[in-house]
Design a protein around this ligand. Structure first.
Ligand code: UN1
Length: 510
């Protein structure tokens, strides 16, 4: 793999300043530059410029004009643009997946999988563009018709995280576009280069179709995020990131009566029943905990294991961890790549320290790897600790491969432990017992947005609505009817009689 060639094919060059309305890239001289470093080897990839108030205002004006045009393009035609975008992504899958892996640090397989999620959501959005269904209702008045329809909102702000640096944007943008909105994307400052690559791909499609600037916009840097959150000309902000920042975003957007879709932290658990297929459970648990180096919001953080099989399962798990290969994520034999940066390594180390002071028993020890293959300083050992659910550190989401083991006796107790955290994103039970599976999915079961049986907590398909409850923020993206979050509902009543009967039987004679 020659990264310079990949960058060249994705047309990353100094013209791509960071701020873009599509094909046009703007340069504001006074704002700070951001250099993106690869966690794979610590080398700089490229530099971008963060956006200031001046570029923000230019992007806003261009987006507002584009919206007036775009909302009048019939939805199936908007869908066709998204179809073309999906086709381009298919052509660039290898390069974009490679760059995701190199800039973010996830394995190449996962980088390619992430681009596949983008392609899949485009396909989904194309079908949706001929639907966007409203309902019809029966009016209580004679010769009246009632229905509801869905209109676009306007400008959608998308603030995405480093861990899924391109897919999360695509989930939001593909739906937002077919719904008739225009988008402003503020990617993570840790992964701006993949965002430039995506912008180049969509800008090409828009240009080939003679569409105006402003349908797909890009802004880099935290100042841009704050401007998006506070601007009342942006009716919807979709934010993916930590609960801590999500709280700030939520209150800023709510205080101006904007809408937000929040995808915040998870603290996902798998319950391993004594009736589980243990071999399958080990694979599900290990991939869930160490995949993407534990940096998915759906990563498995806790395993709640039935006491009868606890020792057996624990031994199998420890053996599996012994086989993990940590290293260059672009090497296809690698299971675990680096963390995103050295700040993330510090957070990992302090979580281990805190665990130790609270009484955690590490059965697979952690640690930072050193040596020629780990020069970036971002490679850590996935570790496992026996803990109690109430430990402060267990209640928190640490974005790293630290897995907590908790023992249980009854299913009721296991469900209480699973639900006994502030977050509510993903959950799973491993069991071949129908009663247990159904109880877990019932109203008395998991309180999460995602609840799986005999599948781990991560790797959700795009066809379902994605999101979670409690401190995860309550937002839903991707499949099912998540598109409704990107539109405004209008209820219409039409009187085709020659009188004006009032609703609720009210008489008002003049
Ligand atoms: C995230 O970590 O922000 O379910 C999203 C999964 C992926 C998406 C994760 N499809 O693991």
């Amino acid at each position: 793999m020659n990264i310079q060639e990949v960058l060249h094919r994705l047309r990353i060059n100094p013209t791509n300043s960071g701020t873009s309305t599509g094909n046009d890239w703007l340069k504001e001289e006074s704002t700070p530059a951001i250099t993106s470093y690869s966690p794979v080897n610590g080398l700089a990839i490229a530099e971008v410029q963060s956006a200031g108030a001046q570029s923000f205002e230019h992007v806003m004006k261009t987006a507002e004009q584009a919206f007036v045009f775009w909302r009048n393009v019939p939805a199936p035609k908007r869908g066709d643009i998204v179809r073309q975008f999906g086709d381009e992504l298919r052509k660039h899958k290898q390069d974009l997946g490679t760059l995701v892996s190199y800039e973010m640090g996830k394995s190449l397989q996962e980088g390619l999988g992430e681009v596949q999620e983008m392609i899949d959501i485009c396909d989904f959005a194309v079908g949706l563009s001929r639907q966007l269904y409203g309902l019809t209702m029966h009016s209580e008045r004679t010769n009246h018709r009632m229905y509801e329809q869905w209109h676009p909102l306007g400008i959608v702000g998308i603030i995405s995280a480093f861990n899924f640096p391109v897919a999360v944007w695509a989930w939001n943008a593909a739906l937002a576009w077919v719904c008739g909105n225009v988008c402003i994307w503020k990617p993570s400052s840790k992964t701006p280069i993949v965002a430039l690559a995506c912008q180049n791909i969509i800008a090409d499609v828009l240009k080939q179709n003679d569409l105006p600037e402003g349908i797909s916009n890009l802004l880099i840097g935290n100042a841009a995020g704050t401007m998006i959150n506070n601007n009342k000309r942006i009716p919807l902000v979709s934010f993916t990131g930590s609960t801590k920042i999500g709280r700030i975003v939520a209150s800023a957007v709510a205080s101006r009566f904007g809408r937000s879709i929040l995808e915040l932290g998870g603290n996902n658990a798998i319950i391993i029943s004594k009736d589980a297929d243990l071999e399958m459970s080990v694979i599900g648990a290990v991939f869930g905990a160490v995949g993407t180096a534990g940096q998915r919001c759906t990563s498995t953080r806790r395993l709640i294991v039935q006491e009868d099989i606890y020792e057996d399962f624990k031994n199998k798990l420890v053996r599996a961890y012994g086989q993990l290969r940590i290293g260059d994520p672009l090497d296809e034999k690698t299971h675990v790549g680096p963390l995103i940066d050295t700040d993330a390594v510090m957070a990992y180390q302090s979580a281990i320290e805190k665990g130790n002071t609270e009484g955690a028993n590490f059965i697979v020890e952690g640690g930072v790897l050193e040596g020629d293959r780990y020069v970036s300083g971002c490679y850590v050992k996935p570790c496992i600790a026996e803990v109690e659910n109430h430990y402060e550190i267990v209640q928190e989401e640490t974005f790293a491969p630290i897995l907590y083991l908790i023992k249980y006796k009854t299913l009721e107790e296991a469900i209480a432990l699973q639900n006994g955290v502030p977050q509510g994103l993903s959950s799973a039970i491993m069991t071949l017992n129908l009663r247990e599976a159904e109880a877990f999915l019932s109203v008395n079961g998991s309180d999460c947005g995602i609840a799986n049986v005999n599948i781990g907590t991560s790797g959700a398909e795009i066809g379902g609505a994605f999101g979670g409850e409690k401190e995860t923020g309550g937002g839903r993206e991707s499949g099912s009817d998540a598109w409704k979050g990107y539109m405004r509902r209008q209820t219409n009543t039409i009187n085709y009689s020659n009188t004006l009967p009032l609703a609720q039987g009210i008489k008002f004679d003049l």
